[in-house]
Design a protein around this ligand. Structure first.
Ligand code: ARG
Length: 461
């Protein structure tokens, strides 16, 4: 079969080259964007008098027929056509003849692939935003039930201070909100039309790029053609955005794994989102969060791969850039699946508030409160208060009890300035609610945070 570019070649290429050179097996995913871009291009060519209207109509009809063939799985993908662009064009010429040969006027595959891929990235950026909103809504509605549910807040995975469960979940809601903002800012920055740059230097044809931008829903037209056909920043941005989302998902997944272990038992994953062991009949494994954590590795790899592919390329297009697509497709599909499954796993898990509460009874979570008490009530400098509290903790340890259970008398033995009223300050509820500074864990403060996120989510629709 002769190639669309075979003019200057005497011999046809080696068979193995077809396979090595082709992107068709993966870039056929871009058929819709390719056809949309081509219809917009042909429409513009007719408006500018570069094609006549009849030719443009034939092209549009032919392209729509090809779209239907692909969707009905009747289209024959032949690797000899290299990529989706030439597969569609070859079929168009087969279907409509002469007019089909005019479609590529004032265009190159370099700006064609750039517009196809950019449309793909833009479209999926918006879908990821919707999936993040769904997940945030689930987290917010669980949070509403748990603004007074105590659990140990941790640093270094060691008990630190009592917090409530809603406050913990809202930390993830904050992360996902930033993820959405990052995706939206990428969307805006990249909503720029690459088509019309041709191979690298523009075209002598009297094209109207603004018109094409309007037809395809881009806000503006790229400024410098040499940059445009070389630029894959938009692909890097979605890869980075997805990596960051997956990193957030992965940290949450890690907590779900810990929380569902016998040692914590803070949550129980539903049977629907757990798996068994082939040998140990008693086991219920957290495969879902483990896979979420694991897939993050591959997604990060996709970002690093594309950065590495691009780092040494001279301007403008180089075939290396064909390696830009598979990682993006993979990351997009992975984050779709991950956001959906995390949402369901969280929605269906049970939350064992009693176990959270018991866990908060150990580890002297209100030690900071004793230090704060000494500062506020006894006018002791914080550093000294910290030392006295350390002695009180050591005393509690020697008795094998939690600091919060020590009586005022016992504490007064450590420091006589401690008052009779110290007990209430050391209770977990008091400790949590004392942290009512802006953004703090107190129930009142947590409720304010909840309201902020709820309003933000509502304001978007
Ligand atoms: N299949 C190619 C890619 O994905 C399309 C662009 C080819 N351009 C070229 N000058 N060979 O990058």
């Amino acid at each position: 079969m002769s190639k669309l570019w075979s003019g200057r070649f005497a011999k046809s290429g080696a068979k193995i080259l077809d396979e090595f050179n082709a992107s068709l097996p993966f870039d056929k995913k871009l058929y819709e964007e390719d056809i949309k871009g081509s219809i917009a291009h042909a429409t513009m060519l007719a408006k500018q008098g570069i094609l006549n209207q009849r030719e443009a109509d034939q092209i549009t009809e032919g392209l729509l027929a090809i779209k239907k063939e692909i969707e009905d799985e009747k289209f024959i993908f032949d690797i000899a056509h290299e990529d989706i662009h030439m597969s569609v064009e070859t079929r168009l010429i087969e279907l409509i003849g002469e007019a089909g040969k005019k479609l590529h006027t004032a265009r190159s595959r370099n700006d064609q692939v750039a517009v196809d891929f950019r449309q793909y990235v833009q479209k999926h950026t918006l879908v990821i935003v919707l999936l993040l909103e769904d997940l945030m809504n689930v987290l917010v509605s669980i949070s509403k039930e748990h603004t007074t549910t105590l659990l140990p807040g941790m640093t270094h995975l060691q008990h630190a201070q009592p917090i409530n469960f809603a406050f913990h979940l809202l930390a993830y809601v904050s992360m996902f909100k930033r993820d959405i903002e990052r995706l939206e800012s990428s969307y805006q920055r990249n909503n720029v039309l690459p088509l019309g740059c041709a191979a690298l230097a523009g075209t002598p044809h009297n094209i109207d790029r603004e018109y094409v931008a309007k037809l395809l829903g881009f806000d503006s037209v790229s400024v410098n053609c040499l940059d445009t056909v070389s630029d894959r920043d938009f692909a890097l941005e979605i890869l980075f955005n997805i990596s960051t989302i997956m990193m957030h998902i992965s940290r949450f997944a890690e907590e779900l794994i810990l929380w569902s272990s016998y040692e914590f038992k803070f949550v129980t994953l539903s049977d629907e989102y757990s798996t068994g062991s082939s040998i140990m009949p008693q086991k219920k494994n957290p495969d879902v969060p483990e896979l979420l954590r694991g897939k993050t590795g591959r997604v990060n790899g996709n970002l690093i791969s594309l950065l590495t592919v691009l780092k040494g390329l001279p301007l403008a297009y180089n075939k290396d850039m064909q390696e830009d697509k598979e990682g993006v497709f993979d990351s997009v599909e992975t984050v779709y699946m991950s956001l959906n499954i995390l949402k369901e796993a969280v929605r269906t898990m049970s939350i064992n508030t009693d176990n959270m509460y018991s866990a908060a009874q150990v580890g002297h979570l209100s030690a900071t409160d004793l230090a704060d008490y000494l500062v506020q009530k006894c006018d002791i400098p914080f550093r000294e208060a910290h030392f006295i509290t350390g002695r009180a903790v050591a005393h509690a340890e020697s008795l094998g009890v939690d600091l919060s259970t020590l009586s005022a008398q016992a504490l007064q033995k450590v420091d006589a300035r401690i008052g009779e009223d110290v007990g209430i300050y050391l209770s977990l509820e008091h400790s949590m609610n004392a942290r009512n500074s802006q953004g703090g864990t107190a129930t009142e403060s947590t409720c304010k945070q909840l309201e902020i996120f709820e309003n933000w989510l509502k304001s978007r629709h």
